[in-house]
Design a binder for this molecule. Structure first.
Ligand code: HEC
Ligand code: HEC
Length: 344
């Protein structure tokens, strides 16, 4: 009985709130539409080949060619309502599997199935939230995550990090000045003879480490703040040194082959021997057709060579990029591929 009364009260509360919300929605509706429209454009460009234009399974042209597990039905409220906005965001914006630990590389079972690429290194945080907002509409829901609050939170974090760094810097400079003053006083008290044979010892200033850490934290916070509105941008990838001994090469090719399918999910978009995705060109003859330095630069930063390419920047480490480059260099299938549109 008490439960019933509570439900009724809840209902009343909800009705009143919903009427209030409707007003707010009407007011903010236009801005929301614009964001969702932006999300739709990005979705169609970066996601629809795998997920389908309306989010239905088996709709995207790449669907048949993806390995298991295939994506859920993004158009199903029953399936998608179990995900929070943040979880959907995290699926689109995350690190690919970290294999910097050598133990992990040996354990072939360790990898998750990374066919879903990350867009963390390709799009701004705001753009990814717009995509999440659009994905929500595919199953009849809408984004409840508060973007404005997130932007403010990042700004406050930046201010706090700035203050922490300033304070750490002041503390370090004060400690440094104190050490220097003590040193000067010590030398002042020495005879000329003592001074001549004197070597001042290195004094460690603990405040220096604190200052360094505060600077690193500030840089990270600044990058997160900038990355909210702006797409990640890197400096031009420098020319790599790809010289390598015969034995080392064999090991690198093996690593490259493993991470091609198990860490970065290249095979979700590219095919070999007619197996794998159709989003990018087949790579059977990559070793003949493409220059290793070009491959290395392309996989580290595709957007610097072709701004709107559908191949995302996967946040690949330089070591992994080398291993992948060596591996692609071995792909030299004798017969010619079906004609494909390739990078200009
Ligand atoms: C290369 C194909 C591919 C592309 C491109 C791709 N996805 Fe996925 N996506 C997948 C696969 C495969 C899964 C399932 C992964 C799993 O279950 O481990 C997935 C999972 C998801 C999920 C979680 C639901 C589920 O099935 O587990 C969401 C949400 C999602 N993708 C959204 C997107 C959005 C948004 C984009 C574009 C920004 C995108 N994906 C681009 C292949 C892709
Ligand atoms: C979401 C799909 C996707 C993923 C994941 C992906 N690529 Fe691509 N890739 C493309 C597309 C699309 C192109 C064609 C570039 C263009 O014209 O925009 C391309 C182009 C390339 C090319 C140039 C091919 C040529 O013939 O010109 C290479 C090499 C390449 N990708 C390697 C990789 C490697 C290695 C990985 C994994 C680390 C990878 N790709 C992951 C979509 C993808």
């Amino acid at each position: 009985m008490r439960g019933m009364a509570k439900t009724n009260r809840m209902r009343k509360f909800c009705t009143v709130t919903v009427i209030g919300l409707l007003g707010a929605l009407l007011l903010s509706g236009c801005a929301g539409d614009e964001k969702t429209a932006e999300g739709k454009k990005l979705y169609n460009h970066y996601c629809s080949h795998c997920h389908g234009e309306s989010g239905q399974q088996a709709e995207g042209f790449n669907w048949e060619r993806m390995p298991d597990p295939r994506p859920k039905n993004l158009a199903s409220e029953a399936e998608m309502s179990t995900f929070s906005d943040e979880e959907i965001f995290h699926t689109i914006s995350r690190e690919m599997r970290d294999t910097s630990d050598p133990k992990v590389l040996e354990d072939m079972e360790y990898f998750a199935v990374p066919t879903m690429p990350t867009f963390k290194y390709t799009l701004s945080e705001e753009e990814i939230w717009h995509i999440v907002a659009y994905v929500r509409t595919l199953h009849g829901m809408s984004l409840t995550y508060d973007l404005e609050a997130r932007h403010k939170e990042l700004e406050q974090m930046l201010q706090a990090a700035q203050q922490e760094m300033d304070e750490a810097k002041a503390a370090f400079e004060a400690a440094q000045a104190k050490v220097e003053a003590e040193q000067a006083a010590k030398e002042e008290a020495m005879t000329d003879e003592q001074l001549e044979n004197y070597e001042p010892e290195e004094v460690e200033i603990p405040e220096e480490e604190v200052f360094l850490q505060a600077s690193v934290k500030f840089d990270k916070t600044k990058a997160a703040f900038d990355g909210f509105l702006k797409r990640p941008k890197k400096a031009q990838v420098p020319r790599p040194d790809l010289t390598i001994s015969e034995e080392a090469l064999a090991k690198q090719v093996e690593i490259g082959k493993a991470i091609y399918s198990q860490k970065y999910g290249c095979h979700g978009c590219h095919s070999l021997n007619d197996e794998g995705g159709l989003v990018g060109p087949a790579l059977d003859r990559a070793g003949f057709r493409l220059n290793p330095t070009w491959i290395y630069r392309w996989i580290l930063y595709p957007q610097s060579m072709k701004k709107h390419t559908r191949m995302p920047n996967l946040g690949i480490s330089t070591e992994d990029a080398k291993a992948l480059t060596y591996y692609l260099g071995t792909l030299r299938a004798p017969k010619s591929e079906a004609p494909v549109t390739s990078v200009e």
